[in-house]
Ligand binder design. Structure first.
Ligand SMILES: *[C@@H]1O[C@H](CO)[C@@H](O)[C@H](O)[C@H]1NC(C)=O
Ligand SMILES: *[C@@H]1O[C@H](CO)[C@@H](O)[C@H](O)[C@H]1NC(C)=O
Length: 349
C-alpha cells in the first residue's frame, strides 16, 4: 500500500468518525453500507439522500465542507450575542435558525461556500471520484504576461455545481424562506468564485524566472468568512412578490415603499428581523447569552453590558501560572521561575 493510499484510508475513517459524531448512536458506521448511512443522517431532503447513496465518497467531503462553514461562522461571531449556535434539531447542516434573519442568511451563505470549497479542494487533491484539476487551460500560454498554464488549476465550476445540486436540494418548500435561502446560498458561492486567484511558480537557474507556470487556486476560507461578515453587516431586508395566479412567492424584492429593485447576487438578504438573542427561546432558536464569557473593560460588542443584556455577570477568580524569567545556562540548560497572576473571568448571569 502506498503512503498516499494509507493516508487516504486514515482520512476516510477519521471523516467517518466525524460523521459518526453527527449521526450519534451508531456504533460501527464503517461496516455499514452507504444506503444505511445515508438513511441515518438526520435532516437530509429526499433528493439529498439519493445523491448520498450514489456518491458516498462525496458525502464525507460535504460533511467536512459544512463543518468548515460552521467553524468559520463560530469564529466570525465569537464576540456576538448570537455565536452561531441555535436550539433545535441537529441536521447535517448544523442546528438551523427558525427565523429568516440576517444570521440565518450568513449561515446559509457560509455553508454553501464551505461545501463548494471542500469539494473543489478534494478534486484538486484527487480524493474524490469523478473530478480532478481544471484541464481547460492546461498548456496554454498567456502571451501578454508571459506565462504558461500549468500545475493543477482548481476546478471551481465542479465544486460550485456540486454545492448547487446538493445544498440547494434541501429547499423543497415553495415559500419566501426558500427564496431567501436559495439567494443566500448563491451569494456564498459567488464570494468563493470571486476569491479564486492565480498562483505562479518560476522555473530557471537559481530563482531566475525564465519560464513561469500559473494555476488557479482556492482562496483561504478565513478570507471568505470576513467578506461574508461584511455582507452580513449590510444585509438587505426583502419581501416576496407573489404570482398573481397561484399567490405563490416567485421572487424577492427590496422591502421599501416604492422600491421594485431585486437584490443583487452580491447581497445577503433576510425576510425577518432578528431576535435580540438575550434569552434562550426555542421558538426563535436563540440559545441566549447565559454563561457566555464577556469582557468587563471592552466596549463593543462582547462587553458584559451588551453581552449580558443588562442581567449582570458573575466573576470567577483563578490564578494563571506560567514559566518566566528563563535563563540559558552554559551548557545546556534553561532555568525558569514560575510566575503567577490572579485574573478574573466574567460570565453572563
Ligand atoms: C454559544 O453560546 C451558547 C449559549 O451560551 C453556548 O452553550 C455554546 O457553547 C456557545 N458556542 C460556541 C461555539 O461558543
Ligand atoms: C478585554 O478587552 C480589552 C480591551 O479591548 C482587552 O485589552 C483585553 O485583552 C480583553 N480581555 C479579555 C479577557 O479578552
Amino acid at each position: 500500500m502506498s503512503r498516499k493510499t494509507r493516508r487516504w484510508i486514515l482520512h476516510f475513517f477519521l471523516c467517518l468518525g466525524i460523521l459518526y459524531l453527527k449521526i450519534g448512536g451508531l456504533s460501527s458506521v464503517v461496516a455499514l453500507g452507504a444506503s444505511i448511512i445515508c438513511n441515518k443522517i438526520p435532516g437530509l431532503a429526499p433528493r439529498q439522500r439519493t445523491i448520498c447513496q450514489s456518491r458516498p465518497d462525496a458525502i464525507i467531503v460535504i460533511g467536512e465542507g459544512v463543518q468548515t462553514g460552521i467553524s468559520e461562522c463560530q469564529f466570525q461571531f465569537r464576540y456576538g450575542r448570537w455565536n452561531c449556535s441555535a436550539l433545535g434539531e441537529r441536521t447535517v447542516f448544523g442546528k438551523e435558525l427558525k427565523v429568516g434573519s440576517k444570521e440565518a442568511a450568513f449561515t446559509y451563505a457560509i455553508i454553501a461556500a464551505g461545501v463548494a470549497h471542500a469539494v473543489t479542494a478534494a478534486c484538486t487533491q484527487g480524493s474524490l471520484s469523478g473530478c480532478g484539476c481544471d484541464k481547460e487551460k492546461q498548456g496554454f500560454y498567456n502571451q501578454e504576461e508571459g506565462w504558461k498554464w500549468g500545475g493543477c488549476s482548481a476546478d471551481i465550476h465542479y465544486g460550485l455545481g456540486f454545492s448547487k445540486v446538493f445544498v440547494d436540494a434541501r429547499e423543497i418548500k415553495q415559500n419566501a424562506r426558500t427564496l431567501m435561502n436559495l439567494h443566500n446560498n448563491e451569494v456564498g458561492r459567488k464570494v468563493l468564485e470571486k476569491g479564486m486567484h492565480l498562483e505562479c511558480k518560476c522555473h530557471g537557474v537559481s530563482g531566475s524566472c525564465t519560464t513561469k507556470t500559473c494555476w488557479t487556486t482556492l482562496p483561504k476560507f478565513r478570507q471568505l468568512g470576513y467578506i461574508l461578515k461584511d455582507k452580513y453587516n449590510q444585509a438587505i431586508h426583502v419581501e416576496p412578490v407573489r404570482a398573481s395566479r397561484n399567490k405563490r412567492p416567485t421572487f424577492l424584492k427590496i422591502k421599501k415603499p416604492h422600491s421594485y429593485r431585486k437584490p443583487l447576487d452580491t447581497e445577503l438578504v433576510y425576510i425577518e428581523k432578528s431576535p435580540n438573542y438575550c434569552e434562550a427561546d426555542p421558538l426563535t432558536g436563540s440559545t441566549g447569552t447565559q454563561g457566555r464569557l464577556c469582557n468587563k473593560t471592552a466596549q463593543q460588542p462582547n462587553s458584559c453590558d451588551l453581552m449580558c443584556c443588562g442581567r449582570g455577570y458573575n466573576t470567577h477568580q483563578y490564578s494563571r501560572v506560567w514559566q518566566c524569567n528563563c535563563k540559558f545556562l552554559w551548557c545546556c540548560y534553561v532555568k525558569c521561575n514560575t510566575c503567577s497572576e490572579r485574573t478574573e473571568l466574567y460570565t453572563c448571569k
